[in-house]
Design a protein. Structure first.
Length: 622
């Protein structure tokens, strides 16, 4: 890592802040900190674009603290001086943890973390009692507290920070951000920080930043331990100018091509060979994480692996406990979704393994950025199916170089053990089915659809990969019949029981209740079908019946009027008119005499029935 300035050589940083930095072990500023801190401490709004793991958190927390430290009048209990907005609860909690020692160095400065997963009314009550001068939180919860609290005062706010700004806009937080920014004073310093700049971020910068400065910290590849850069390893010519990259300089990224039903075996082989390392393994959906957390222990056999599952559908308390446990362990594997892809600083992560590439290609950079942080080295491995090989060139164009790593040969076939487990434990069977369904639907939502084509999926191999006993009923499989590379199990899925006795007892109880409901429905459905139509009509409310009768009267009146006009014009006989009104029964014609009888206008007037005369009086002819 190239030498940068020491923090003590940056004049905008006060001695008290330097003391905190020294106690935390920070001596030198990273390139992004060296570039952004002087600007943000001054009268500049900044839009910072730097690779993940480059130290962006300190790049905005130090200026935030310095501005509040220099405030002439101390902030009161409920006055907000700074606001930090983060897209995820985990990242907001991490930022708040880093902020606390710096805030403690400013007399009277208080902070508060506001994230989802708890009662917003409780957060409002806590703010009313304790107050806070710096708020760190997620957009939804911050918006709730601003809306509900009648004591929160943001008129003296000096600093607004949007961390992972691209994610804040992509995740649909636009309305909450807009409502928050309307409540903040225009004379403030604003910072947008992200590893990836999108058009939405640039538009926000143009609209919301005053006296803006764009900070773009480029990363160039450094020589690897083998003496070659990743570009040289991929076959680039000698002497060619090194390209810029958006991933950390200490990261070596590689990819492995295999079929979907080979991924589990390759992953088991990898984890067995890196039992002493700390590894983060990414999957496409929450259901995939749940399935692999059950399948991996069965697949590895006697080899003990320390596995931790984490995804967004878990309760907040579970997520925090699992993340803290993994961070504290010296080794192990974290099985997770993109909930752990952004901003999290987990110490000593040696490997990032992506069993499934992310739906959003921008997230790829954030995933691999969980390793090789702050100038350290790290490795990343991505599994690709054969039809996804073009993703490598796509990433190279986006300044993410990767080299190919051959798939391990002779790895044991582990899917048979997992399928045996699915045939004996309903939980594994159900998790596999849920993972298959969610994977297929998540795959269709890839933003790079020209590479990740749903039509290119081998559905038979995919069903085998998730240890399915039968194919589920879903629209995507309708009309396909038997799939190649998939053999249904001889075990009837309806007979598979939960190994957990309590869950099996609950399942049997639900089956009995469902059977009773079906019998009751069948018993009550038969009499209903035998009831005459008149009975159903009598059930209508009186007001509804009156509306129907009034509508019918109007229609009948209009029909009679049309027929009367035909009679007056000679296009309809009086007898046909009376028959149509039900006044006279139809008579059979004899030898066609009636049909040939002449129709005179005078005779019509003489023979018009009483109802017809009423109509004639009501609508006289012209």
């Amino acid at each position: 890592m190239e030498q940068t300035r020491r923090f003590k050589d940056i004049p905008q940083i006060s001695p008290d802040t330097l003391a905190v930095l020294e106690s935390l072990g920070f001596e030198r500023a990273t390139p992004v900190q060296e570039a952004a801190i002087p600007l943000f401490c001054g009268n500049k709004d900044v839009s910072v674009d730097a690779c993940t793991g480059s130290g962006k958190t300190l790049a905005f927390l130090i200026p935030l603290i310095e501005k509040l430290r220099r405030s002439e009048d101390p902030l009161k209990k409920h006055q907000i001086g700074a606001l930090v907005v983060s897209p995820t609860r985990e990242l907001a909690r991490q930022i708040h943890t880093v902020l606390e020692p710096f805030a403690a160095s400013v007399p009277g400065l208080t902070t508060m973390l506001l994230v989802g997963g708890s009662d917003p009314i409780a957060d409002v009550a806590a703010f009313k009692v304790r107050g806070a001068n710096v708020l760190v939180g997620t957009p939804g919860r911050l918006h709730d507290v601003f809306e509900r609290s009648d004591v929160l005062d943001a008129r003296r706010l000096e600093v607004l920070v949007l961390d992972e700004a691209d994610r804040l806009l992509d995740a649909g937080y636009g309305k909450h951000l807009e409502a928050l920014m309307r409540r903040l004073p225009k004379q403030r310093r604003t910072g947008l920080f992200s590893a990836t700049q999108t058009e939405a971020v640039e538009a926000l910068a143009r609209a919301g930043l005053r006296n803006q400065v764009r900070v773009n910290v480029a990363v160039r590849p450094v020589a690897s331990t083998s003496g070659r850069t990743p570009e040289e390893a991929s076959g680039e010519k000698k002497g060619k100018k090194a390209e810029q990259r958006v991933t950390p300089s200490g990261l070596q990224a590689s990819y492995l091509v295999c079929q979907s039903d080979e991924k589990l075996a390759q992953l088991v082989h990898f984890l067995k060979g890196h039992k002493e390392d700390k590894v983060i393994v990414y999957f496409l959906t929450c259901a995939c994480v749940d399935f692999y957390s059950l399948a991996l222990p069965a697949a590895v056999g006697d080899a003990q692996l320390d596995l931790t599952a984490l995804h967004g559908k878990m309760k907040q308390s579970q997520r925090e406990a699992k993340l803290a446990s993994f961070a504290a362990n010296p080794s192990g594997a974290l099985l997770c979704t993109d909930v752990a892809a952004r901003g999290l600083d987990i110490p000593d992560v040696a490997w990032i393994v992506q069993v499934d590439p992310p739906q959003d290609p921008d997230v790829f950079v954030h995933r691999v950025g969980r390793t090789a942080r702050m100038g350290r080295s790290g490795r990343a491995l991505t599994f690709l199916m054969p039809h996804e090989a073009a993703y490598v060139e796509f990433l190279r164009i986006r300044k993410v170089p990767m080299v190919e790593e051959p798939a391990a040969e002779g790895v044991p076939k582990v899917l048979s053990q997992v399928r045996q487990l699915a045939e004996s434990d309903r939980e594994v069977m159900e998790k596999g089915t849920s993972a298959f369904v969610s994977y297929m639907r998540g795959y269709r939502e890839h933003q790079c659809r020209f590479i990740f084509r749903a039509e290119g999926l081998d559905l038979g191999r995919l069903a085998t990969a998730f240890a399915l006993l039968r194919l589920p009923r879903m629209p995507e499989l309708r009309g396909l019949g038997d799939l190649p590379n998939f053999t249904p199990s001889s075990v009837d899925p309806n007979t598979v029981k939960f190994k957990n006795k309590q869950r099996e007892k609950q399942r049997q109880k639900k089956l009995v209740e469902r059977a009773l409901q079906q019998k009751l429905a069948a018993a009550t459905e038969r009499p209903l079908r035998q009831r005459p139509e008149e009975t159903k009509e009598r059930r209508l409310p009186a007001a509804k019946r009156r509306q129907i009768e009034a509508r019918q009267d109007v229609e009948d009146f209009a029909t009679e009027y049309r027929m009367l006009k035909k009679v007056k014009k000679g296009r309809m006989s009086e007898e046909d008119f009376d028959v149509a009104l039900g006044i006279k029964a139809p008579q059979e014609e004899e030898d066609g005499a009636d049909a040939e009888r002449p129709k005179s206008k005078g005779r019509q007037q003489d023979t018009i029935s009483t109802p017809s005369r009423v109509l004639a009086a009501a609508f006289p002819s012209r």
